[in-house]
Design a protein around this ligand. Sequence first.
Ligand code: 5GP
Ligand code: MN
Length: 332
Amino acid sequence: MTDSITRFQQALAGVERILLTTHVNPDGDAVGGTLAMRALLELAGKTAEIIMSDEVPEKYRFLVDRPPHLIAEGTLESVVAAGRFEMVVFVDASERSRVGSVLDSLGDWCVEGAIEVNIDHHLSNDRFGDIAIVDPERASAAEVVFDIGLQMGLGITPSIATQLYAGVLTDTGRFQYSNTTIEALAAASRLVEAGADPALIADRIYAQRPLMFYRLLGRLLAHLEIHHEGRTALMYLSGELIDEIYPEGGMDTEGIVDYTVQIAGVEVGAFVRQVGPDRFRASLRSHGRVNVREIAEALAGGGHDSAAGCSLEGESSEVRERLLAEIAGKLP
Ligand code: 5GP
Ligand code: MN
């Protein structure tokens, strides 16, 4: 880590314009880590812009000091007209393809041979890029960004501390998952020292959810399925239910999967939601005895040992059967 940060620092000396991006459906760590990395690069005197595939979810907008550019927006032309990027920084993406449609245009936005930097904490990270600053021991990408800021001697402003704290908080499931290490708590503590307000951040992220979120949660809990003699819990969200509860879009399902694995006796919790005709996303959580990353990888996804995900294609009952069979094969 220290060596790769040094190499990053050396590479930075030779570039001016830097593009940052993160994974599709950004979570708190993706949003907080990417915004903080941009702020740090600006403190280092660089021009830095974020372009991402999906919008910042409502509950993380309080972290946004300057809005990132969205691939779907028409404002990208002016960003690129100002000059091509000489470096691309990927934050919280275990593989290049996780950043979605941003990947298709990198060639148009960047100079040839632009340096690719991979800042992440996923065990499944394939170390893509010219410089990989990847630490699977870290609970969040935000902690890796924090390490970079500290090693480079850049000041951690209260705004950066808030963005990074949000990443640590959300990726440890409010300091509840097994990745809640001494290091994660120490980073959180130092971020509070630097100006992050734990109660305010937790309130914004967890205590200001729209009523519709709880209506949806109620429906999903009422239809929760228990399989494999109580060891697997599965929640299924159909396209029809999404349309009924969120007719205007803007659905937010982050955290719903946690309920599946908070049931006594359940080893694996799965949340499957429809994202298109015959297309689904699955989120998987484990109590720690079953490695859900391996289950997700068997289905072309990835993630962490206790929290992973994948995309699935096919008819809804067939997709669920495939997932349940994969889980069954890994149960103790
Ligand atoms: P979530 O269930 O919250 O969407 O994702 C849990 C974890 O698995 C996150 O660390 C996320 O980055 C990872 N993950 C989710 N879906 C995928 C996927 O399709 N591919 C890969 N490589 N990782 C995923
Ligand atoms: Mn993360």
